[in-house]
Write a protein that binds this ligand. Structure first.
Ligand SMILES: NC(=O)c1ccc[n+]([C@@H]2O[C@H](COP(=O)([O-])OP(=O)(O)OC[C@H]3O[C@@H](n4cnc5c(N)ncnc54)[C@H](O)[C@@H]3O)[C@@H](O)[C@H]2O)c1
Ligand SMILES: [Fe+2]
Length: 435
């Protein structure tokens, strides 16, 4: 038998994968333990990051109470931009540099947690913003050492930013998203309290659910770690290693949980039962993609979000034009899976099976279509836009979408099937509309 045959060894190929487990506490009510957890990490004066909307919800008051009860001094920073930008990362870093903080706390979604990661980094090791940003957009400078303790408390469940060493932002004058990826950015502790999700609007639940879903499927179908060339030095192993046996376990379970809960959570506006399950799925998928890495749908999503025209998501808390992260990903996913399935059809079929599709007797050349159809079915049932046209793009945008995807090399490299500009254009064309 041996390992899954996907991990077949190759001459000169990588033979090892690393498990860097994030430190997490999951459960109803755990946010009330924030004060005590801060104490045990030696935090006496915290920079507390929250967006202006989350600052007003009851869940946030619970965090404040817990910090006060534990005697932790803190200063609130609410200058978060939803879908952060180079501008908002720089402003948050300035706040952090001036505040003499010995710890960071973020309460909110990916936008808030990522902003706190960046502020912690640039306050601890000051540098130009692009110094640590992924190549080729930035210099990808190594982070010299560990950062200040950071407790990340998600109030959404899609990004799993509390589990990853990744911070994503929009470069305003280039209409594209990029990020910083380094293990030092991973929060010291993630406090995942599903009770905080009950105020999420249905639109945010849908966007988050599909983000989780694509994290899990992309990591499960990513290029296997054994297909990377063996590194010359252990320190050259990338943070995102490709599919491996550890990420597989987390991802398959996450796919199954999302499939079972997303429709009900979106259409009945989330009872705590479904939200608790989706929160667990988000955490598992985060463990998976934080270790393996996402590929095409996410790489393409950065261009889709960055080039936004006038699209305003329905029932979204803010009203400026934007394509929310989960939506910018899932509009690409069916077309991307149709393309990648040729490289690893069995894995695409297994993902469809985890979603409840009966895959017995299905030929492997139908794997991409079957998985894509199941994703499209769930998109329709949860009111998602119909592909790229649904978020305001048309055929005339294909060249710029492809061009803005190419710099996201760290994700394209993990695709199980290699892409170039011409192939990306074909996939974007296929993603224009699905029904
Ligand atoms: N770091 C990572 O590993 C990683 C992974 C994927 C995505 N991201 C990034 O994360 C960002 C998206 O984050 P997100 O989807 O978690 O959402 P978000 O932080 O952008 O928030 C979305 C909206 O929901 C509101 N909101 C958040 N929690 C709420 C609650 N409990 N009740 C009511 N409203 C609430 C916010 O105020 C905001 O208006 C993007 O910038 C994306 O690129 C990061
Ligand atoms: Fe994502």
């Amino acid at each position: 038998m041996g390992l899954d045959k996907y991990f077949q060894h190759k001459p000169g190929g990588e033979t090892a994968f690393t498990i860097e487990a994030p430190n997490l506490k999951f459960g109803l009510g755990v946010l009330s333990e924030l004060g005590e957890e801060s104490q045990s990490l030696g935090i006496t004066r915290a920079a507390l990051f929250v967006d202006p909307h989350v600052e007003k919800i009851d869940h946030f008051s619970k965090a404040i109470l817990s910090l006060k009860n534990a005697g932790i001094d803190f200063e609130i920073y609410n200058g978060i931009e939803i879908e952060p930008t180079d501008r908002s990362f720089k402003e948050a870093s300035k706040f952090a540099q001036n505040g003499k903080f010995d710890g960071y706390i973020s309460i909110g979604g990916g936008s808030t947690m990522d902003t706190a990661k960046a502020a912690n980094l640039y306050a601890t090791y000051p540098a130009e913003l692009f110094a640590y940003v992924n190549a080729p957009v930035g210099d990808a400078r190594q982070i010299p050492g560990s950062l200040m303790p950071h407790i990340a408390c998600p109030t959404t469940f899609g990004t799993a930013s509390e589990t990853t060493g990744i911070a994503i932002f929009d470069i305003l004058d280039q209409d594209m998203k990029t990020g910083i990826a380094h293990r030092a950015l991973r929060p010291t502790l993630g406090l995942i309290d599903p009770e905080g999700l009950t105020t999420l609007p249905a639109a945010v639940i849908a966007s988050n659910g599909f983000d989780v879903f694509s994290h899990a499927i992309e990591s499960y179908t990513a290029k296997p770690f054994t297909h990377r060339p063996a590194p010359e030095k252990p320190s050259q192993r990338p943070l995102l290693q490709g599919a491996n046996p550890y990420s597989d376990m987390a991802c398959l379970e996450a796919i199954k949980i999302v499939g079972e809960n997303i429709e009900k959570a979106v259409n009945q506006n989330g009872s705590l039962e479904e939200l608790e399950a989706l929160s667990l799925a988000g955490m598992l998928a985060g463990i998976g993609f934080g270790n393996a890495g996402c590929h095409l749908p996410h790489a393409m999503s950065y261009a889709v979000a960055g080039l936004v025209k006038n699209y305003k998501p329905k029932d979204w808390p803010s009203d400026h034009p934007m394509v929310p992260h989960g939506i910018s990903v899932i509009v690409n996913s069916p077309a991307a899976f149709r393309f990648t399935s040729e490289a690893c059809p069995d894995r695409h079929l297994k993902a469809a099976e985890a979603l409840g599709v009966d895959v017995r007797n299905l030929p492997t050349n139908k794997a991409g279509k079957v998985l894509g159809d199941k994703v499209i079915d769930l998109m329709k049932k949860t009111g998602l836009p119909n592909g790229l046209k649904g978020v305001g793009y048309n055929e005339a945008d294909i060249d710029s979408l492809a061009e803005n995807t190419l710099p996201t090399k760290r994700l394209l490299d993990i695709s199980p099937r290699a892409v170039d500009s011409k192939i990306l254009k074909t996939i974007f064309r296929d993603a224009m509309s699905y029904w």
